[in-house]
Design a protein around this ligand. Structure first.
Ligand SMILES: Cc1cc2nc3c(=O)[nH]c(=O)nc-3n(C[C@H](O)[C@H](O)[C@H](O)COP(=O)(O)O)c2cc1C
Length: 172
């Protein structure tokens, strides 16, 4: 699929079929996340792949939306702060790096015909407890992964002239 088609195909999927995700597809999707660029090439992203129903149930108090658990796979993204690049002024780029990698994953999934949905509105402490993630790591993003059970409606976007400035910032 052409890159621009992939970008347009990706929509937040909030309904999944029970069809399992093939292991080779899952590997390709994770590999797309693996080869993402990162500040200083530190690659601070880490992923946990959840297929087990019991584990999914332990995640429910962290994000209690029924549709989320219709997906056969749940992916949890977090960063390793000790390995992330930090700017001179102390700003860590960990969230930027994890997010770029996660976007690779999400777009690769779309190219494979799989649905995803970025999830930030969850309780990270519950996710860490459920998955045994040590306190030095904080889960940043979740996504379900599976075959879409319905085609979502594309949501509206701002026009280019609302978000792009030419040469310098100007009041609008
Ligand atoms: C960083 C981030 C966090 C998000 N968190 C949630 C979430 O917690 N729950 C949810 O249902 N959707 C979440 N979304 C999905 C957005 O609502 C969605 O991307 C947006 O409405 C545009 O729709 P589209 O993805 O179908 O193009 C999140 C998206 C991003 C990028």
């Amino acid at each position: 699929m052409d890159f621009y088609d992939v970008v347009k195909t990706r929509l937040s999927v909030r309904q999944y079929t029970q069809e399992p995700v093939e292991e080779d597809k899952l590997t390709r999707v994770l590999d797309a996340a693996r080869i993402a660029p990162s500040a200083g090439n530190r690659q601070p992203w880490r992923y946990i792949v959840v297929r087990d129903e019991e584990t999914k149930n332990r995640l429910r108090p962290a994000y209690d939306k029924e549709w989320f658990y219709t997906a056969p796979v749940i992916i949890v993204a977090f960063g390793d702060p000790a390995t992330a690049w930090v700017r001179k002024d102390g700003r860590s780029y960990i969230d930027v790096d994890v997010t770029i990698s996660f976007d690779h994953l999400v777009l690769a999934a779309a190219a494979e015909g799989l649905g995803t949905c970025w999830i930030a509105n969850f309780d990270p402490a519950v996710v860490s407890e459920a998955l045994g993630i040590p306190p030095e790591f904080e889960p940043l993003l979740l996504t379900p992964l599976g075959y879409p059970g319905a085609t979502p409606q594309p949501r509206e976007r701002k026009a280019l002239d609302e978000i792009v400035y030419r040469e310098r910032w100007s009041a609008r």
